[in-house]
Design a protein around this ligand. Structure first.
Ligand code: ADP
Ligand code: MG
Length: 461
């Protein structure tokens, strides 16, 4: 097995943390971790600016975990994030990084149907709290969240926090936290408001900026000139490359609808993510994409911002984004953390100026091709690899991935390779299994028990 690199070994992390990083496949630091972590671990206030997908979460999570006193059950770190699903994602990444510490409690507070359980959990003690400003404000005002022992305050996606709320709201939250705290601010872009925010919340902050030009290295980028119809070009890209997983980006909601409609008429399974979906629907869409029950996600920039979907093998820009930063953001979804990615863009002669702008920004000549270089459009299917089933129990029932895997292999007799990713949420769980086992699994698990309890099991629709 590959060895963990010197930069991690020399960072002053515990041996059990190093073992855990290795088991997660974090063998080398990303640039923001390499430059930022020594400063973060030194306890200084910190500003980190780096592209989406560059490992900012782990940078602050390692800082938080190093400071945690496990004998104290009071909240010791507060992470503010702009959206509900980010609070779940960030909490999950922290949990993964904390796997070696038993009994650590990381709580995502984000409203929605699970709120009641969360407040109960919080009252029972939690070490790290992740939440949106709105929900956190509420918990502070009602006195449910006790801040006296909080030593670390993180503002994740600070640019976006500012877009969604006000500086006053964030300042008000910060005023509840002891002043001798460490305050860290992370952002992919650096609008003016961030300086103001830093000035009011931080003291002598160290700042690290990683240029996005240096972050597209492992992704192959090809720009396809389209003379006629983009729909035809899109189908040819999909048919030719048959991506295992793919995000198709469009500039507007309308175009997304159009593309999703096109795929539907061609019987190609896809899911569309947009910003006014119900929270539960959004979560399920992302789980299905992550666990390979759906191979294509159609999205606008707004809907996809901040989402950490792993291992996307290909990104297609159905439209070129109006802005080069956005372009780098989009293609940052593929080729993450050292894996090779593929970013294909369609452009018409009307978008040539945008392409020149992107090319200048990337400081390279863009690789230009023509759709006619691809094979003729033939019939193809991109059948998902897995199907998702839901289980009506989750973290509140102390269900762990091993319990679900155990039920699937022992009660339903599945082989390990017939089981995909398992996602455990607060009140329910989702697991991916191969298509041919769906009915059998639903029947078996409904008849049996998990952790000694009966749950409802069904197809996640
Ligand atoms: P950001 O917050 O900068 O957008 P994330 O923290 O969400 O990025 O990280 C992106 C992905 O990279 C995540 O899937 C994370 O698990 C992974 N990752 C982070 N650090 C490393 C590392 N050192 N080695 C490998 N993968 C990493
Ligand atoms: Mg992030």
């Amino acid at each position: 097995m590959a060895e963990i690199s010197k930069d991690f070994k020399n960072a002053g992390l515990s041996q059990s943390m190093l073992d855990n990083l290795k088991s997660l496949g974090y063998l080398q630091m990303t640039p923001i971790q390499e430059k930022g972590l020594p400063l973060i671990l030194s306890g200084r206030d910190f500003i980190g600016q780096a592209n989406t997908g560059s490992g900012k979460t782990a940078a602050f999570a390692l800082g938080i975990l190093a400071k945690l006193d496990m004998t104290n059950h009071m909240p010791q770190a507060l992470v503010l994030v702009p959206t509900r699903e980010l609070s779940e994602q960030v909490a999950n990444e922290i949990r993964r990084l904390a796997r070696f510490t038993s009994n650590i409690k990381v709580l995502a507070i984000s409203g929605g149907s699970e709120e009641r359980h969360k407040v109960k959990s919080l009252k029972q003690g939690a070490h790290i709290i992740v939440g949106t400003p709105g929900r956190i404000t509420k918990l502070l005002q009602t006195g449910v969240l006790i801040t006296s022992d909080i030593k670390v305050l993180v503002l994740d996606e600070a640019d976006r926090l500012l877009e969604m709320g006000t500086i006053e709201e964030i300042n008000r939250i910060a005023s509840f936290i002891p002043v001798d705290r460490q305050t860290m601010l992370f952002s992919a872009t650096f609008p003016h408001g961030i300086k103001t925010l830093s000035a009011s919340l931080q003291e002598d902050a160290a700042q690290i900026t990683i240029d996005s030009q240096h972050q597209t290295g492992t992704t192959k980028q090809i720009f396809f000139k389209v003379e006629g119809d983009k729909n035809d070009a899109l189908l040819r890209l999909l048919g030719n490359y048959c991506p295992e997983s793919c995000i198709i980006f469009c500039n507007s909601r309308e175009t997304c609808n159009k593309v999703a409609g096109l795929l539907r008429t061609k019987k190609i399974d896809s899911l569309q993510i947009h910003s006014d979906l119900e929270q539960q629907d959004r979560t399920l869409i992302l789980i299905k994409f992550d666990n390979k029950s759906c191979r294509i996600l159609v999205a606008t920039d707004l809907a996809a911002r901040g989402l950490d979907v792993k291992d996307v093998s290909m990104v297609i820009n159905y439209d070129l984004p109006s802005d080069h930063e956005l372009y780098v953001h989009r293609i940052g979804r593929t080729g993450r953390a050292g894996q090779e990615g593929l970013a294909l863009s369609l452009y018409t002669h009307l978008e040539r100026a945008v392409l020149r702008n992107i090319s200048a920004y990337l400081k390279t000549d863009c690789l230009i091709s023509e759709i006619s270089n691809l094979g003729k459009l033939k019939l193809f299917v991109l059948r998902p690899f897995m199907s998702t089933i839901y289980i009506s129990g989750g973290r509140k029932d102390n269900i762990r991935p091993g319990d679900i895997l155990g039920a699937l292999t022992k009660q339903a007799g599945l082989k390990a390779q017939e089981v995909g990713k398992i996602h455990i949420l607060e009140v329910n769980s989702y697991v991916a299994i191969t298509h041919d086992q769906v009915d059998h699994v639903i029947e078996c698990l409904n008849a049996g028990k998990i952790k000694g309890k009966k749950f409802k099991i069904g197809k996640a629709s």
